[in-house]
Unconditional design. Sequence first.
Length: 424
Amino acid sequence: SSTGDVDVYKLTIRRSTAEILPGTATDVLTYDGHFPGPVIQARSGRRVLVRHHNDLDMPVTVHLHGASVPPPYDGNPMDVFAPGTSRTYVYTNRQPHASLWFHDHAHHMEAEHVYRGLTGTYLLTDELEQSLPLPKGQYDVPVTIRDARFDEQGQLAYTMSDRNRTTILANGKPTPYFQVAARKYRFRLLNASNLRLFALGLSDGTPLTQIGSDGGLLERPVAVPALVLSPGERADVVIDFSRHPVGTRLVLTNSGPGRPDQVGKVLRFDVVRKADDPSSIPKVLRTLPPATALPKAAVTRHIALSMDEDGRPDPRGFINGRLYDPDRIDTTVAFGSSEIWNVTNTNRRIAHNFHLHLVQFRVLERGGLPAGPTEAGLKDTVRVAPGETVKLHVTFDAFRGDYVYHCHMLDHSAMGMMATFRVR
Ligand code: C2O
Ligand code: CU
Ligand code: CU
């Protein structure tokens, strides 16, 4: 519902069933029965209230990923609400447009809860974005991509660090087909997998046109033959189907790391009709301060991500050598200050990524070289390959309080690869 300057959503977190594989219903966890999750549309400066009722038999917490919100509404892992109770999250949306998402974050349970379905899309728009002639309305489509494993009964099966999640789902279906008109579409891609990195491309070999990332539009569009998305990352892309005659089939494919049966088709497009296309992609989408003009950093920190690599049955995840302890403040930063965070993956074989709550940051360097154009915008999640270091510039000017940072391969964060920072 919508009154005055606030939109109100009421969602019940509950068990449900979904027909993911054709002809078989499987148990899932849902926001209000939706699998994949609901889509919330929000506008900068206009408040959104989401009242969640917990109808499960376990505690939950809801985190709006990529948003700047005060601590009580951030969905901290320990700030859970019990079965049978409700919690209202207030989102003031005092930040520019961005393709956000929300998901469960209950301590140690986030990986399984997200895997079983507790994710949703939250599209925050603003005047700048609305003023651009990009594809809109039915031509602006959120696509959540993830992997999954089904057991012999066709039930969604979860075990931690499962290497056999061989089915790729796009909006909750294995390789669905999507009927498109011969014109431009904008797709808001989200990787909601627990571990999998995707490298997405088009079957006809034409590059994707990336226009946005985690924190909204890039400064300018960039042609990307293989778009790499690690868990939690988003990319806005435009695909122009007008080059294709009606009847063409085009496939969004994944060539990311994995066994041959784990790569392949993600989403099929069938061009079914001609259409006028008033949309266009501006050469300049927005302006951001150049890396050289960012506020001077007062502090440089080093963050090491690591995981047991010795094949033990219960591997642990560490940040700077420590397991997550919700009672410990790992990092204290001064409100309003800017810092450089050098984040290193010290594993030799295991990929990680890095997500900070509360703020969008800039990626200055990857492996000692300036970050590429796909990472030149505002980011909240960044991949870190084995042995690699990414250099981030972060400004903590949003809110004071305690927040977490973690690897967004949620099987890893649930193994301890998470820490708390305090802005004071
Ligand atoms: Cu999507 Cu703590 O993150
Ligand atoms: Cu987050
Ligand atoms: Cu990790």
